[in-house]
Design a binder for this molecule. Structure first.
Ligand code: SF4
Ligand code: SF4
Length: 387
C-alpha cells in the first residue's frame, strides 16, 4: 500500500500535539520498544507527514499505526488534551478503505450475527475438547460446550450482554446479574437483538459496520432505563455512540450507559454482607484501559470489592496489559512483551487473585497463568445471599 492520502483527521486535532513527549512513559509500545515510531508522539508525527506533507503510506507507516494497542493511555497523560483515540480511529478507517484483503472485515462481520457466532463458538468448543484447536497459541479461553440461559427479572436496568463475552463467558453475565439483583434491581436483557457493540470494528477502521451495529444496539436497548455494562471495552464504545453517530438519539443513549461498578458503587449499602472468612482474600485490581483512560471510571471497581476483601492497587500507573481487543492475536509478540510488565506488577502486589472488568484482559492474563476473574464474579462468590 503506497499512495498519497489524506487521513481524514480533523486538522485542529492533528495540530494540537506540541511534541512535548510527556505521554511517552504512559505508552505500552514505547515502554517495550523504546522506539519513537512506537510512541504517541511518533505516531502523530507520522500522521502529519502523510496528511499535511503528502508522504506515502508505506510499510513503516503501517507498522507504526498497527502496533498501537489503542489503549488511549496517552490521552490522560497529555497536557494539551490531544484526542489521540479519534485520530487513530480516522487513520484506521482510511487504512481499512485502502486494504483490499483484510480478514477482519469478514471475521468481525460474524460478531454481528449472534447465531453464527454461537455456531462458530460451539464448533471451537468441540475442537478444543478433541485437541484440534491450538488454544494456547491462539490465546483462546476454554469455551463452554453449552450455554446457560439468562432470564429477565424485571425492567429497572438493562444488562448489555454483547457478542464474544456472551458466547464465551456467559457465566460472568450470570454472576453480574445475581449481584445487580441482590442490590434490588430487576434486570432486562437484550438477547440476540443487540449483539456486538461495534468496538472491534471501530478500532479496525470498519466505520460503516461499527455504525450499523451501533444503530442496532440502540434499537434493542430502548426506553429510559440505565444500561449496565460489564465489559470495559464495550462500555467505552457505548458511551461514545453520541460522538460517533452525532445524533440526538445517540447522545441520549450514551448518557444512559454506566459501567456496572459505577452503578453498584452508588448502591453498595444495598448489597448483602460478605460470607464469614471472605475478607482473608487479597485482590489486585487490574484497570482495563477502556475503563481507566477512556471511561475514567476505574475507581468504583475498588469501591465495590473493598467490603469483601483486601484490595491492593498495582504499582504500574495503569499501564495496558497488551490484550487490546484483537491486538493479542494480531501482534502476539508485542502483546506478550507488554503483558510481561503487567505480570511483574502482579507478582510485586503479592495478591491471591487479580480482578479485571474486561473480558479481553482476563483472557490475556489467564493465558499467562494468572488467577484472574471479573470483579463481580468474585463478589458473587463472596456475598452471603441468605442474609
Ligand atoms: S500527544 Fe500530548 S503529551 Fe504526547 S507529545 Fe503530543 S502534546 Fe505531548
Ligand atoms: S493508544 Fe496506547 S499504544 Fe497507542 S500511542 Fe496511545 S498509549 Fe501508545
Amino acid at each position: 500500500m503506497s499512495a498519497r492520502a489524506s487521513l481524514g483527521i480533523d486538522p485542529e486535532e492533528l495540530a494540537s500535539c506540541v511534541a512535548c513527549g510527556l505521554c511517552l512513559p504512559h505508552c505500552p509500545t514505547f515502554r517495550v520498544t523504546g522506539e519513537e515510531w512506537a510512541s504517541p508522539r511518533g505516531r502523530i508525527s507520522a500522521m502529519r507527514q502523510v496528511q499535511d506533507q503528502g508522504a506515502a503510506i508505506d510499510q513503516a507507516f503501517l507498522s507504526s499505526m498497527d502496533t498501537c494497542v489503542q489503549c488511549r493511555g496517552c490521552e490522560p497523560a497529555c497536557p494539551s488534551g490531544v484526542p489521540f483515540g479519534s485520530m487513530m480511529e480516522a487513520t484506521q478507517a482510511e487504512l481499512a478503505r485502502r486494504r483490499r484483503v483484510d480478514w477482519r472485515q469478514w471475521g468481525f462481520r460474524v460478531l454481528g450475527h449472534p447465531w453464527l457466532l454461537n455456531l462458530f463458538s460451539r464448533g471451537l468448543a468441540v475442537g478444543q475438547r478433541l485437541r484440534l484447536v491450538p488454544s494456547r497459541r491462539l490465546g483462546l479461553p476454554k469455551i463452554p460446550l453449552r450455554q446457560h440461559r439468562l432470564r429477565v427479572s424485571g425492567d429497572d436496568v438493562w444488562l448489555f450482554t454483547g457478542c464474544v463475552m456472551d458466547a464465551w463467558q456467559r457465566s460472568t453475565h450470570a454472576a453480574v446479574k445475581r449481584v445487580v439483583e441482590a442490590a434490588g434491581a430487576g434486570v432486562a436483557l437484550p438477547g440476540a437483538a443487540a449483539g456486538c457493540c461495534g468496538a472491534l470494528s471501530l478500532h479496525a477502521g470498519l466505520e460503516g459496520h461499527s455504525r450499523a451495529l451501533a444503530v442496532r444496539t440502540m434499537r434493542a436497548l430502548e426506553g429510559s432505563a440505565p444500561i449496565l455494562v460489564d465489559s470495559a471495552g464495550c462500555g467505552a464504545v457505548l458511551k461514545e455512540y453520541g460522538k460517533h453517530l452525532g445524533t440526538p438519539a445517540a447522545v441520549a443513549f450514551s448518557k444512559r450507559v454506566m459501567d456496572v461498578h459505577e452503578w453498584l458503587a452508588a448502591r453498595a449499602d444495598r448489597l448483602p454482607s460478605a460470607l464469614e472468612g471472605g475478607q482473608d482474600l487479597t485482590i489486585a485490581v487490574h484497570d482495563p484501559c477502556h475503563l481507566r483512560h477512556v471511561q475514567r471510571a476505574h475507581q468504583p471497581v475498588t469501591e465495590v470489592l473493598t467490603p469483601f476483601a483486601t484490595v491492593v492497587a498495582l504499582d504500574d500507573d495503569g499501564l495496558c496489559c497488551g490484550a487490546g481487543g484483537a491486538y493479542a492475536a494480531m501482534q502476539p509478540e508485542l502483546a506478550a512483551a507488554i503483558r510481561e510488565r503487567k505480570l511483574e506488577a502482579i507478582r510485586r502486589s503479592g495478591a491471591d487473585i487479580v480482578a479485571s472488568a474486561n473480558p479481553g484482559c482476563t483472557i490475556h492474563l489467564a493465558n499467562a497463568g494468572v488467577a484472574v476473574r471479573h470483579p463481580l464474579e468474585i463478589v458473587d462468590e463472596m456475598v452471603d445471599y441468605d442474609h
